[in-house]
Design a protein around this ligand. Structure first.
Ligand code: SF4
Ligand code: SF4
Length: 342
């Protein structure tokens, strides 16, 4: 960005958890003293509706950005993309790497993953780093990482500027024409207005292959397609609160419900979640994901006064043709408990 500063955004946790607030406040207090940083604080990213000032502010940021949220970085990144806030995803050594065992490495090597369709957005040439505030209890580690990112961003800015000057006609440079509109300013109070809680799916387009199974499966009109027949979440607020059914149906684990209790559905890194070796799903007499999804959908249909459809509508068994997905045994246990409705 033109000021040479990087924008850092802290997205607050929903609710009033004192430990979470303390981390946010300590981090904000330290960042206010840091040179080269523009700090803003917004409510929980997932809850920001299209008219919320926090969302309008995020849309107005023209340059590199660090977003610290109580969400998995994959969820936060695609949530921003869904809101029209696009950029290249920045990598951070802060994201804890869960060790994989040899069997998993082998399975992943054998699995040929089709590339996702990618974001439909023509975003600015900038980088967005998303950090998960649940990864570390103290603020110092985030501060150090933001300093590292800030230095990396400065190098990226120099490289982009050099490239721009090489490509730009000399006449335009000498006229000094403005290339960016100044960002509107928002008061901290308006940014922090508490939004209502929301619930909707977020698509990870780096994984989505546009198979449209989610569109067929959801009977509540949440999904649609754009002018190029690409899947999109068209009516976010028609989604049924607390229901993650279509994420179980997606053969690419591309549907994220960022606030769901199970890491695989909430956007944990795909393929990095496993640990336990026991098949807890079988141990608990559990059902497969498609059966659970159909039951969850039926529950919502009945709540709406409609007929349950069971597995007669759009429940294909693509999972059976695919190598094992990323759900770990803990997820299996949670899914099983969901299906038992206890
Ligand atoms: S089911 Fe998954 S992969 Fe298929 S279109 Fe929907 S999000 Fe994309
Ligand atoms: S969770 Fe249920 S209501 Fe929401 S989009 Fe998926 S299938 Fe539709």
């Amino acid at each position: 960005m033109s000021s040479g500063k990087i924008t850092v955004v802290i997205s607050q946790a929903p609710g009033k958890n004192p430990a979470k607030r303390a981390l946010e406040e300590n981090l904000a207090a330290s960042l206010l003293l840091e040179p080269g940083i523009e700090l803003s604080i917004v409510p929980h990213l997932y809850d920001l509706g299209p008219d919320h000032t926090g969302r309008l502010f995020l849309e107005s940021v023209p340059g590199d950005m660090v977003v610290l949220a109580w969400l998995f970085p994959r969820a936060a990144y695609w949530l921003l993309d869904r809101d029209g806030i696009a950029g290249t995803e920045g990598q951070s050594p802060l994201h804890p790497v869960v060790p994989k065992d040899e069997d998993e490495d082998e399975k992943e090597d054998q699995a040929v993953k089709a590339p996702g369709i990618g974001s439909a957005l023509e975003g600015p040439k900038r980088t967005i780093w998303c950090l998960d505030l649940r990864d570390h209890a103290g603020h110092q580690v985030y501060l150090e990482e933001i300093r590292r990112i800030s230095a990396e961003a400065a190098l990226l800015r120099k490289a982009r500027l050099a490239q721009k000057q090489t490509n730009q006609p000399v006449a335009v440079i000498s006229l000094g024409l403005p290339t960016q509109k100044p960002a509107p300013s928002y008061t901290p109070e308006s940014l922090l207005e508490t939004p209502g809680r929301r619930w909707y799916p977020v698509i990870d387009y780096s994984r989505c292959t546009n198979c449209l199974e989610c569109l067929d499966f959801c009977l509540f009109g949440v999904y649609g397609v754009d002018g190029l027949d690409r899947i999109l979440v068209e009516n976010q607020d028609s989604c049924k609160k607390g229901c993650p059914a279509c994420s179980r149906v997606c053969p690419e684990q591309a549907i994220i419900f960022p606030d769901y209790k199970s890491p695989a559905i909430a956007g944990a890194p795909v393929g990095n979640i496993s640990g336990l070796k026991i098949d807890l799903s079988k141990l608990f007499g559990g059902e497969d994901a498609m059966v659970v999804a159909a039951k969850e959908r039926d529950r919502e249909l009945v709540r709406d006064g409609r007929e349950a459809v069971g597995q007669t509508v759009a429940v294909k068994r693509r999972h059976a043709e695919k190598p094992a997905g990323p759900k770990d045994d803990l997820d299996g246990l949670l899914d099983t408990l969901d299906s038992l409705d206890i």
